[in-house]
Design a protein around this ligand. Sequence first.
Ligand SMILES: Cc1cc2nc3c(=O)[nH]c(=O)nc-3n(C[C@H](O)[C@H](O)[C@H](O)COP(=O)(O)OP(=O)(O)OC[C@H]3O[C@@H](n4cnc5c(N)ncnc54)[C@H](O)[C@@H]3O)c2cc1C
Length: 414
Amino acid sequence: MPDRTVDYLLIGGGLAAGNCARWLREEGGEGSILIVGREPDPPYNRPDCSKGYLRGEMKREETFFRPDDFWGEQDIELMTRTSVTALDAQARTVKLSSKEEIGFGKALVATGANVRRLNVEGCDLEQIHYLRTLGNSDAIREGTADAEKVVLIGGSYIGCEVAASLTKLGKKCQIVMQEEVTLERGFGKTAGNFFQGLLTEHGVEVHGQDELERFEGDGRVQRVITRGGLELEAEAVVVGAGVMPDVTLASKAGLEIGEKGGVRCSSRLESSVPGIFAAGDICEYDSPVHGQYLRIEHWDVAFNQGKTAALNLLGKDVPHEVVPYFFSDLADWGGLEYVGPAYGWDEEICRGTIDGGSFSNFYLKDGVVKAGLAVGRSDDIEHASRLLSEGMKLGEEDRRALGETGSDLAAVGT
Ligand SMILES: Cc1cc2nc3c(=O)[nH]c(=O)nc-3n(C[C@H](O)[C@H](O)[C@H](O)COP(=O)(O)OP(=O)(O)OC[C@H]3O[C@@H](n4cnc5c(N)ncnc54)[C@H](O)[C@@H]3O)c2cc1C
């Protein structure tokens, strides 16, 4: 017998769980709600860990999703520093690291993702950092306080954002990455070149088409050695080599895992076990917008899926039809917005002037808009989002209009 039972159990104390709890109450849910999270902090905005918080421009509390007293006021029980160690999906019980056993009516599994760790020679040296939590961000700040030279492994958004933030703090940053240009995997070479230009203009050195071979040092990291033969001096290293969904608990509980490694869910974000839902980085859902299963690691997706999950926990039968949105910024040198994702596009149409730092890029496959990227042109994102949802094959005239700055985007595809 469980020690006690709650109506809604939200596993994982991140954004998806936090926003789900909020919407359970906003939509009139009156049952008991318990959030169980492993970290010491309440749900917070992880993007700040590589941006304002890392640069010391934000206090810890400013990263919190809601002020501390919100949870009590909403009668939401928030347990931090507590792990769910086992989930029995049939008996509808969980065991906690505190040894308590809790029964539940319905549950959300939102355990997020873990960083991909590199297992190379020297990987255990001090001052090799990964970045996922506020605690990691603190450690990078402290570990680089007296450092002049920092090497970033990975040219995706974590590597680029951290390089930008640490450069602003006066560090000399170098990026080592497999790609030819930064952010190329998500946005292609043209846009990637633009972002790399922003970084190099501000003093970041970028080493593309190369790979980490090993770290060298004496207790503490001193050098990064690459397969291409570079020997880069480093007083600290930050690795941004991607994340893996944390499905440990879900898979042990027998929830079906999808091809993208996440908890396989219906369009209503319900897992293979009725009454147990998933949201955020671990959720691999049947997207009605894309007509395929997607798993996406973006703030906005975790936020919106938390809401959709709440509506479905309340029995409202709502498909998750929100177009995935992503944002990133390189210190205050340039920000980007993106809707998508596009896999294997065959055409890129650019609108605006890349050199002028104000452009949008539309990514098409077989004439259909699959994604849009905007730098300094936020309004274009809405149109990209509409075109993506409609999935209409665009003729030559429409495609030409996409690329003409003065044309009316609202008329494209209509
Ligand atoms: C440094 C950084 C910068 C980012 N910047 C951007 C950005 O600019 N734009 C953007 O769109 N996205 C960004 N992201 C991604 C975005 O923050 C994530 O997609 C989002 O936080 C995912 O939310 P989540 O609730 O699914 O998971 P998480 O935020 O990872 O929360 C899951 C929580 O569950 C806890 N947990 C796991 N297992 C258990 C268990 N068994 N018991 C209890 N608790 C458990 C974890 O410890 C964690 O606290 C960034 C991420 C990082 C790390």
